[in-house]
Ligand binder design. Structure first.
Ligand code: OXD
Ligand code: MN
Length: 580
């Protein structure tokens, strides 16, 4: 593997700072993965799972205070505070390096520093990008093997000597008091110290593929989004590709692998979390999945909610913070209707209901995408897949209808910018609190979100046929707190309506917030939804909306004069249509 001098120099600097006793360049090979697993089984970082029922599957238990992304310790370190914007934590680059420098200095003494050259995106794609991260965690190295393409493929994809995102990761003492997740967009640099978990530590994922990539995408004229990518095949075999943004732990992985309850329709998985979208020479938006695997939330993944997801984790999977049965099988809430006897909880204790759930609510599986039964045959096509529709979905018990369509590109961007959601266990903090989450990017936008809206608005006119933009909410409840829509396989009916809208055949009614399915346009044959429930799920209430728009207006005020005029205009126009 021949490596550029810029990369070599950066690795030397990282080693000088962290002072490991050994530096190992990773080649991404199977023997390398096997050696890492053996080492971790020996030192207890991994526990073996049942080799007969879960071959080559392992359980990792993280530090109990290191179980989710920590947004309050995550910073955008642009030179100018305004370039991070009001929705990001900001720290001046020099201060950030001084503070984190104290934690990383000598942090790898007596340890091995692994250098991981990784490729985000399919081999041979112009849309793929390279990262080089160093880490002292074998769990991170093994997970990066599953989540990215490691080794010479990455080095070979560099367009210039300095064409890589540099990532320094050190476990430190895992104390939240000495944890910082720092992004330096102007230097294409990430520093992460004090966490070994998920989005804090697997730097290819949130830090690179979303925070830094969103900034890089703005410079280079593409989009890096928190979106799944799905192919929808109709009974005639025609496939329509869509990308959908949804907040963490809100059913994105389930939707990406959905098994249709509509006869003749099926879904093909291209990606479950991140989409990089470029405009091709004909003006068509095309998407790749930059990742190689899935880092999915385990709880509530079951043969009922996600049969493909359950099948794909039966081998070659690293589980983190799930519970274990007496026969060494992984278990989490929702996997089986009955709780098995004799469980060991995620912290290794005999499970007792008084200690809360047996599996941590943000427990995860890490597995190669190729293991998913619904993986699209073309998921690694270097050209990506053509995107015909974009979906913004969030988790809201009230106000937001099951589905509606924006009037045009700019209005669709407004609908994305207006998104709010109820928080989940994917981040530390309170669960179920409504917060603003434009385009499901609030934790992941690497620059000022107002400029991000402007970048989206500027993308529309460059597209020959802009994708239609839809808003969905599977989570609306009735007055008794019951979900109005069954979700899961039934969501294919909503996707079918979108495909029909793309083709110009789907029937819709105009409302102040966009087009909703006309009566009878949504296919509910064979599912248990009454006409009253459907009407309630699709209802758009002027009073509720005006209150929501007031709240949105206050949020937008935080951007001051940087808020793009078309976004403010869409807000005013919606209020006017509601009679305000
Ligand atoms: C994730 C997240 O892990 O969004 O995908 O938190
Ligand atoms: Mn995510």
């Amino acid at each position: 593997m021949s490596i550029s001098s810029v990369a070599e120099k950066w690795v030397e600097e990282a080693a000088a700072l962290t002072q490991p006793s050994r530096v190992v360049w990773c080649d991404g090979s199977k023997p390398e993965y096997d050696r890492l697993i053996e080492d971790m089984l020996r030192d207890g970082t991994l526990l073996p799972l049942n080799p007969r029922t879960y071959p080559s599957c392992y359980l990792h238990r993280s530090h109990p205070s290191d179980v989710a992304r920590t947004e309050q310790l995550t910073f955008i370190c642009s030179r100018d505070k305004d370039d991070a914007g009001p929705t990001n934590n900001w720290m001046a680059p020099a201060e950030a390096k001084a503070r984190a420098g104290a934690y990383v200095k000598g942090a790898m003494k007596g340890k091995t520093m692994y250098v991981i050259p990784y490729l985000m995106g399919p081999v041979g794609s112009d849309m793929s990008r390279v990262g080089i991260m160093v880490t002292d965690s074998q769990y991170v190295v093994a997970s990066m093997h599953l989540m990215t393409r490691v080794g010479a493929v990455a080095i070979q994809a560099m367009r210039r000597d300095d064409d890589f995102i540099a990532g320094l990761h050190a476990l430190g003492d895992l104390s939240p008091d000495r944890r910082l997740i720092l992004h330096f967009p102007e230097e294409k640099l990430i520093w992460s110290v004090g966490s070994g978990y998920g989005g804090n530590a697997l730097l290819g994922k949130k830090c690179h593929a979303l925070r830094l990539a969103s900034a890089q995408a703005r410079e280079e004229g593409w989009l890096a989004e928190h979106m799944l990518i799905l192919g929808i095949e109709d009974p005639e075999g025609r496939i329509t590709y869509v990308a959908a943004a949804m907040p963490s732990a809100s059913g994105k992985t389930n939707l990406a692998m959905v098994i249709s309850s509509l006869p003749g329709w099926r879904a093909w998985t291209v990606g479950d979390d991140i989409a990089w979208m470029h405009i091709d020479a004909t003006g068509q938006l095309r998407a790749i999945n930059p990742e190689r695997g899935f880092f999915g939330v385990a709880p509530n993944t079951s043969p009922k909610t996600n049969p493909n997801g359950t099948a794909m984790v039966r081998s070659n999977t690293i589980f983190t913070n799930v519970a274990m049965t007496p026969s060494q099988e992984p278990w989490w809430e929702g996997l089986t209707p009955e709780v098995p006897a004799g469980l060991t909880d995620w912290q290794g204790r005999p499970w007792h209901p008084a200690n809360g759930p047996a599996a941590h609510p943000n427990s995860r599986f890490t597995v190669l995408a190729s293991q998913c039964p619904s993986i699209a045959p073309n998921w690694e096509d270097p050209q990506g897949v053509p995107i015909s529709a974009l979906i913004f979905g969030s988790r809201r018990s009230a106000v937001i209808p099951l589905v509606f369509e924006g009037f045009d590109w700019n209005h669709g961007v407004f609908l994305g910018s207006a998104m709010s959601t109820e928080t989940t266990a994917a981040i530390t903090g309170q669960v179920g609190v409504v917060r603003r989450d434009p385009m499901a990017m609030i934790p992941f936008c690497g620059y000022n979100m107002a400029d991000y809206f402007a970048h989206w608005l500027a993308t529309g006119p460059k597209l020959a046929k802009p994708p239609k933009i839809f808003r969905v909410n599977w989570f609306r409840r009735d007055a008794d707190g019951k979900f109005l829509w069954p979700g899961y396989g039934a969501n294919m009916r909503v996707l079918k309506w979108m495909v029909e809208r793309v083709r110009g055949t789907g029937r819709a009614e105009e409302t102040p917030i966009g087009y909703v399915p006309a009566p009878g346009a949504l296919d509910t044959d064979g599912i248990n939804v009454t006409p009253t429930q459907l009407r309630e799920a699709l209802r758009c209430d002027a009073g509720e909306w005006l209150a929501a728009l007031d709240d949105l207006g206050q949020f937008f005020d935080g951007f001051g004069s940087r808020l793009p005029a078309p976004i403010a205009a869409s807000l005013a126009e919606t209020r006017r249509k509601f009679g305000a």
